[in-house]
Design a protein around this ligand. Structure first.
Ligand code: A2P
Length: 315
């Protein structure tokens, strides 16, 4: 993983600071996107079982391994345990399915995708007749013990959390034999997450920013707000560096010491988003961009009254 800057985890493993996001990348487009990303220099892919496209990601990897463009050790691959598989006896099987879909015998990082567990054994999104997701009583601290076992089995090098709040991280830290290596959360200027980032860092946990471009596929954060990529401030700052708003947003994450995973299936954007290592934002620009904070969360899951819903606390 020579050419991409890396962050070092608390277990000594390293992770390239930029990865290709694959949420919402359609199965028919993700294979080409991953191949384009690897050719552009990306050495980190962010995947998940719920994205429904891991087999198609695996096809791209198989081709790039066969072409000799990369070896397995040259690329960092993350996947995530889905909420219907939190029961400890289901964790190893869930990861083995992901490994088989990706065509790999280990991944680099396996995350608990959300703290909430959903009813096991059926749909990945098991709705009741009221249209609410059916919870399962499984506590994520018990899931964590099973996550540690898949590290022992060599199926993943590192484990971590996604969408957990401070209290939930604390509960995992209390029982952890293997500490979380990374926390993946939504981070962009409309949702800076300064407190949670500082807190995770104080525990030696790296932070990965998802939806760093403000996920233009989702509705905007609040009435009256434009999509982040159209924010005039980012255009103005971009002109100063001769970079696009997307490149400014990616650098905004990297310059805050985060790992960042912009998604694209468009070759020119995949290349553009990686072309961010020839400039750096000043501390003043980071502060100015940070002033866009408006608690503008774009991504949540489940009912706010259900157990372990993560976004009721301040952070
Ligand atoms: P596409 O995949 O069609 O290229 P996020 O990572 O915040 O979720 O944002 C992903 C969204 O941003 C996708 O809709 C993607 O579109 C779009 N996108 C990715 N890179 C760029 C870019 N450089 N300029 C504009 N839009 C981009």
């Amino acid at each position: 993983m020579a050419n991409v800057p890396q962050l070092v985890f608390n277990n000594g493993h390293t992770c390239p600071v930029i990865g290709l996001g694959t949420w919402n990348s359609q199965p028919g487009e993700v294979t080409q996107a991953v191949k384009d990303a690897i050719d552009a220099g990306y050495r980190h892919l962010d995947c998940a079982h719920i994205y429904g496209n891991e087999k198609e990601v695996g096809l791209a990897l198989k081709e790039k391994f066969a072409e000799g463009v990369i070896k397995r050790k040259d690329i960092f691959i993350t996947s995530k345990l889905w909420c219907t598989h939190h029961r400890p006896d289901l964790v190893e099987g869930a990861l083995r399915t992901t490994l088989s879909d990706l065509g790999l015998d280990y991944i680099d990082l396996y995350l608990i995708h959300w703290p909430q567990a959903f009813k096991e054994g059926g749909e990945l999104l098991p709705y009741d007749s009221q249209g609410k997701l059916i919870p399962s009583p499984v506590d994520y601290v018990d899931t964590w013990k099973a996550m540690e076992k898949v590290v022992d089995l060599g199926l993943t090098k590192s484990i971590g959390l996604s969408n957990f709040n401070k209290k939930q991280i604390d509960r995992v830290m209390e029982i952890a034999r293997i500490k979380p290596a990374s926390l993946q959360i939504e981070v962009h200027p409309y949702l800076n997450h300064e407190k949670l980032i500082d807190y995770a860092r104080s525990l030696g946990i790296t932070v990965t920013a998802y939806s760093p471009l403000g996920s233009p596929d989702r509705p905007g954060p609040k009435p009256g707000y434009s999509h982040l990529l159209e924010d005039p401030l980012l255009k103005t700052i971009g002109e100063k560096y001769n970079k696009s708003p997307a490149q400014i947003l990616i650098r905004y994450a990297i310059d805050r010491g985060l790992i960042v995973i912009p998604k694209s299936v468009t070759k020119s954007r995949i290349i553009q988003n990686f072309n961010v290592f020839d400039f750096q934002l000043t501390a003043e620009d980071i502060k100015t961009i940070g002033s866009l904070e408006c608690n503008g969360r774009l991504c949540s899951l489940g009912d706010i009254n259900q157990p372990f819903y993560p976004f009721n606390d301040e952070f």
